[in-house]
Design a protein around this ligand. Sequence first.
Ligand code: XMP
Length: 512
Amino acid sequence: MILILNFGGQTCHLIARRVRDLGVYSEIVPCDISLKEIGRYKPEGIILSGGPASVYEHNAPTMEKKILDLGIPVLGICYGLQLIAKFCGGDVLGGKLKEFGSKTLNVKKNGKLLRGLSKKEQVWMSHGDLVGKLPADFEVLASTDSCKIAAFENNVKKLYGIQFHAEVIHTLKGNEILKNFVFYVSKAKKDWHIKNISKKLIKEIKKEVGKNSVIMGVSGGVDSAVAATIMHKAIGSKLYCVFVDHGLLRKGETGEVRTFFEKRLRFKHFYFVDASQIFLEKLKGVSDPEEKRKIMGHTFIEVFENKVIELETKYKGIKFLGQGTIYPDRIESAQPTKYASKIKSHHNVTLPEKMQLKVIEPLKEFYKDEVRKLGKQLKIPDEILNRHPFPGPGLSIRILGEITEERLRILRETDYIFIEELKKSGFYDKTWQAFAALLPVKSVGVMGDARTYEYIISLRAVTSLDAMTADWAKLPNELLEKISNRIINEVRGVNRVLYDISQKPPATIEYE
Ligand code: XMP
């Protein structure tokens, strides 16, 4: 396996992703991991991620220096390269020559790390600092116009470094570099496949849960359906599934989800809780996005706890709360490392401090497409697996500003039309996610000779691989026109429809 030390870089997860895609298991661990713990992983290679700090900064994230003496090959990426330079007697220049975006890499020598690369390659840079002085016994492999030491290696010590990010797709030969490190330098074996993982997960769940029981929230989404199914395989009737209707679901969704769990999966314990009035009451007058997310998250757990208390009187031993959290949820809530910056609090991981249940998240290391593959293996039907992701806080974060019954009705109707047309035209399966959002502004229009003053709807459809980056879907104009016409004609309260053409980053997929 390849161990990745996380120094807080936003693309750290992508390194793990790429390595796993090469067929080698990889895990991300905090950068301050001890030597003893590293020993337990028995890694073939170690990768040091990038990060937002400067190596000489007070409290900058660091690692045990002795990791570099273990004889295990180490590849430093960006901040990781700078740390290797610092530890090995080189020096790092702070904040002088910042570089962001695509750059041309001039390869002087291929060495082991850049094997197979041409003299000039496109790479993606994102750094404020750079290595100024090369440590003794290291060789420079490549540079850019403004960064003299863009890649280095020391084959005796098995230390390697690149200033650019091999893990992002804009570094065109990034995969080749990672392959060189993983197979050629580290000699890792290609033996990891999602297929091998369900057995391991089942074993782990059994061990963790022991004689206790798990209560789990299901939403009908891919993640919770896969998590619940794997959990069910592990502990069977000790799983209590609860579907909470928080009142912010899409049109028709409640019925669909109930049918799936009650009629198709036929879990022994499946409970439906209609908590819509509680949620809507708490959200009244709230328009701040983070506030909404917190209310949704906390209320969700409260409702659960109440259900647990009720179930505990009947059945003993419910000690765990199962969740379908996947890896990107945790990254964006800045959970994997204290050094990453927070972007949004994700619903699944915004837990109240005094929660009495222990959280169990079988999918927390997986990406969405891996979860889908796992689901396929567990024979979960395609209509569930191919469903677009739907955020935990539901429509609350797609109604910008205050949530009212009227706005909720408008959004539900519009979203339904949008999705219906996407499905009819075959574009639903070609997009990663699509939905309507209601903007908190009204605009003037004219309908049947009369002035209207009504809401604006924004349609968002994106393509993506793992939700970490996303592009707007290039839907045909005629389709957009048809959808817009239907919405304006059929939904009372809307007189203007926009199509969102922003990418992530810098935008996010959701609006709040
Ligand atoms: P953003 O808006 O961060 O969304 O680009 C990335 C993906 O995550 C989904 N999302 C959530 N999923 N709980 C979830 O379970 C949440 O709080 C949440 N917020 C966003 C979003 O729909 C997209 O697929």
